[in-house]
Write a protein that binds this ligand. Structure first.
Ligand code: GDP
Ligand code: IMO
Ligand code: MG
Length: 430
């Protein structure tokens, strides 16, 4: 059976984790293909609210093999912490269930210090990164000076290479006005980490291809969002990897011929955390209402950093664009329950830029910062939909809203999420 790629259609935090959890039930292998522990995927199983940063959501289904692909940058310390947290809740995290690509790159303490120093140096133009060392680790990867996970096979050699890397990074840290690191102290915890992770190191591209040729379904769990893509996002307010469909092939090492479903996940409104343009951003009471107060775990505060997320109306201009970049075959809409009780709901259908109407995003970020959204206003619904499981029980106004988004995005909507819990999903016209 073929591969499914699941992709964030906005700026991240669309609810990919909860959708991946649902699709994992019918998959044999679930792999992460891009990013690192900048991701935070929330999956609710019974009374447990799991916040996964590196490990694919498939880990919560005992039959699934989970893969951290070659496209990732992995902090061994946070990976082990996450493995320990899962083990404490009774999840099997043995090497039979979890594999780390020998080709994935390692995030070091120097990368984290460099991320912090670079953000400080950017001042008011800061990207608002998660400070997890993601950008510097990918810079070393493309600069061909990175450390790969496979080097942990030889622990002594790995620690020596790590210390040399920290020495070299110190010059960059000093240039940025930050304190240099002591290589011996900074690499201490990595010795034990390498010992513990050794049994997990595998050629994961072979695992993925073995599953595909055996006719098993593989789910590629995207992290971040299409608009944070290094090529297709709002550069420079992006992450340093490729969350879009092409990234899945590179980041897990298999061919496009296997892919039969490319599923975009979008929130029923829009959020962004960190800097960068956000044409439909709201402030005041409407934004506060979409964000929530933080009292619920699903309120709009970052899963990884706790930062309040910027909130606004859904933007179909950007959805059309992200559907095009990855070739979505379907779209899933999440958090529809949060829109209950709004008298009216706006959808951005086009932009005005310098007096001209445009239907696709402008070429530059500076222009995207200046566009004025053209909205279509739709009637809202007052019913609580969190208990609904069948499309025919949904309010007509909600169905009209969903249909209009599918029309504007040019992609069928096949699943609606009406709450964070496993069963709070409505399978729809799929
Ligand atoms: P991800 O990074 O795309 O996996 O998304 P996050 O986990 O960072 O953020 C999504 C948040 O919304 C999490 O707290 C989820 O539990 C929550 N969530 C997902 N779907 C729904 C939904 O349909 N309704 C509500 N109320 N919360 C949801
Ligand atoms: P998930 O997988 C939301 C954002 C950061 C920042 C920019 C660059 O949970 O959807 P980085 O640390 O990657 O260099 O930060 O990207 N960002 C995310 N925003 N969800 C994420 O992941 C994100 N991962 C990175 O806020 O604006
Ligand atoms: Mg998240």
């Amino acid at each position: 059976m073929p591969a499914t790629i699941l992709i964030g259609a906005q700026w991240g935090d669309e609810g990919k984790g909860r959708v991946a959890d649902s699709l994992a039930a019918e998959s044999a292998l679930v792999g992460r293909y891009a990013g690192g522990d900048n991701a935070g995927h929330t999956v609710v199983v019974g009374e447990h609210v799991h916040k996964l940063h590196l490990i694919p959501s498939g880990i919560l289904h005992p039959h699934v093999l989970c893969v951290l692909g070659n496209g990732l940058v992995v902090n061994p310390l946070t990976l082990l912490r996450e493995m320990d947290e899962l083990a404490a809740t009774g999840v099997d995290i043995s090497p039979d269930r979890l594999a780390l690509s020998t080709r994935a790159h390692i995030i070091t303490p120097a990368h984290i210090a460099l991320d912090r120093a670079a953000e400080a140096a950017r001042g008011k133009d800061a990207i608002g990164t998660t400070l997890r060392g993601i950008g510097p680790a990918y810079m070393d990867k493309t600069g061909r000076s990175g450390l790969r996970a496979g080097q942990m096979m030889d622990v002594e050699g790995f620690v020596e290479a790590l210390q040399q890397h920290i020495e070299a990074a110190n010059a960059r840290l000093i240039q940025l006005g930050a304190e240099p690191l002591d290589p011996a102290t900074a690499s201490q915890d990595y010795v034990d980490a390498a010992e513990r992770l050794r049994p997990y190191l595998k050629d994961t591209s072979s695992l993925v291809n073995d599953a595909l040729t055996a006719g098993q379904r593989v789910l590629c769990e995207g992290a971040q969002g299409s608009l944070l893509d290094i090529d297709h996002g709002d550069y420079p307010f992006v992450t340093s990897s490729s969350p879009t469909a092409g990234g899945a092939l590179i980041g897990l090492g298999f061919g496009p011929t296997y892919v039969d479903r490319v599923i975009g996940v979008a929130k029923a409104f829009a959020t962004r955390v960190g800097g960068g343009p956000f044409p439909t951003e709201l402030d005041g009471p409407l934004a506060s209402r979409l964000r929530g107060t933080g009292a619920n775990f699903w309120d709009e505060f970052g899963t990884t950093t706790g930062r309040p997320r910027r909130c606004g109306w859904i933007d179909s201009v950007l959805l059309r664009y992200t559907a095009q970049v990855s070739g979505f075959t379907e779209l899933v809409l999440t958090k529809l329950d949060i829109l209950s009780g709004f008298d009216t709901i706006d959808i951005a259908v086009a932009y005005e830029l310098d007096g001209q109407r445009i239907d696709s995003p402008p070429a530059t970020v500076r222009e995207l910062e200046r566009v004025v959204p053209i909205y279509e206003t739709m009637p809202g619904w007052s019913e609580d939909v969190s208990g609904v499981r069948r499309p025919e029980d949904l309010p007509q106004a909600l169905l009209n809203y969903v249909d209009r988004i599918a029309d504007l995005a040019g992609v069928p909507i096949t699943m609606l999420s009406v709450g964070p819990e496993r069963e709070q999903l409505v399978r729809f016209r799929g």
